[in-house]
Write a protein that binds this ligand. Sequence first.
Ligand code: HEM
Length: 331
Amino acid sequence: MAVQKRVVSIFFIQLVLLAVSGLNRVDGAGLRTGYYDESCPDAETIALKTIRKAISKDVTLAAALLRLHFHDCFVRGCEASVLLNATKEGDAEKDGFLNLSLRGFDVIDDVKSAIEKSCPGVVSCADILALAARDAVQLTGGLFWKVETGRRDGRISLSKEIDVNLPFSNFNITQLKQNFASKGLTKKDLVVLSGAHTIGSASCFTINTRLYNFTGRSDTDPALDPTFASELKKKCKPGGILPVFELDQGSSTISDAHFYKAVRQNRGLLISDAALLDDHVTRAYVKRQSTSATAGANFGRDFGKSMEKMGRIGVLTGNKGEIRQRCALVN
Ligand code: HEM
């Protein structure tokens, strides 16, 4: 009897541990679409209007906004820690090396100020990041998904947490899969969300090793199309930092499935993009999205689903966290 009781209680403890270990991943409890329908009915319209204005002046901001949400969610969850400034305790996420090329903070601040005028203290910066990512994609290509809201903002941002949470551009497929799995995301999410590289750019600095010192022997990554590599080398010199290059050559201001065509032709800019050809699931997806008969099929739907999943990582809801007054500062 005593043994039976012990077995039951161990089983119970295991169940609780399992539930708790899942909490910081893609749980999303407490989020729903239309969360602000009553408390701030114009929030989404105000966000869209502000973002449209910003993107109409500088289309490259769309990519910047999409990337901000990703970098937010992968470090401490989608709770706007990426927006916080350094404190006297130390550097913040935005000061970390992998985040130095993030842009679009001022657009998020503009959205926040505009929303605060209508409904002060109601809409979180974390939700604004999620809405901005969706609006950026919608405004550059028409892909649309309903964004779940109800996130609250965190109070901690540490630059030292960047490297252990964000994927590096020289990650191979195993490292990429591990990194995504650690956030509760699948291989399918990996290949679909990498499709975000349909817009935006990467710097000469980012691709320098791939072009000039791939294995430490002054070589170029053989997985990169040689003609493309020579074109890049004309503008990107050894040790160079600029210029920037389109992640999806010839289509970097339009959100569509064209990126997969580039990857299939070995013209994906990043090592991590090319790595999508090294796993059978991700390769099959790249192939399907780049074959003329099936190209683009369901990409919009897939992308929306994976973005929704990413947007649930480690969220703070209910009475956790706070609604920041200004996105760069805790209250
Ligand atoms: C799969 C792993 C990923 C890696 C290793 C990666 C890495 C990078 C790197 C190195 C850059 C260029 C940075 C620079 O040179 O300035 C970049 C740009 C970008 N990334 Fe990713 N990324 C990944 C996934 C994602 C995801 C999941 C999203 C969004 C859902 C995303 C959105 C973007 C966008 C939009 C840009 C262009 C930014 C701009 O033009 O300002 N990336 N990424």
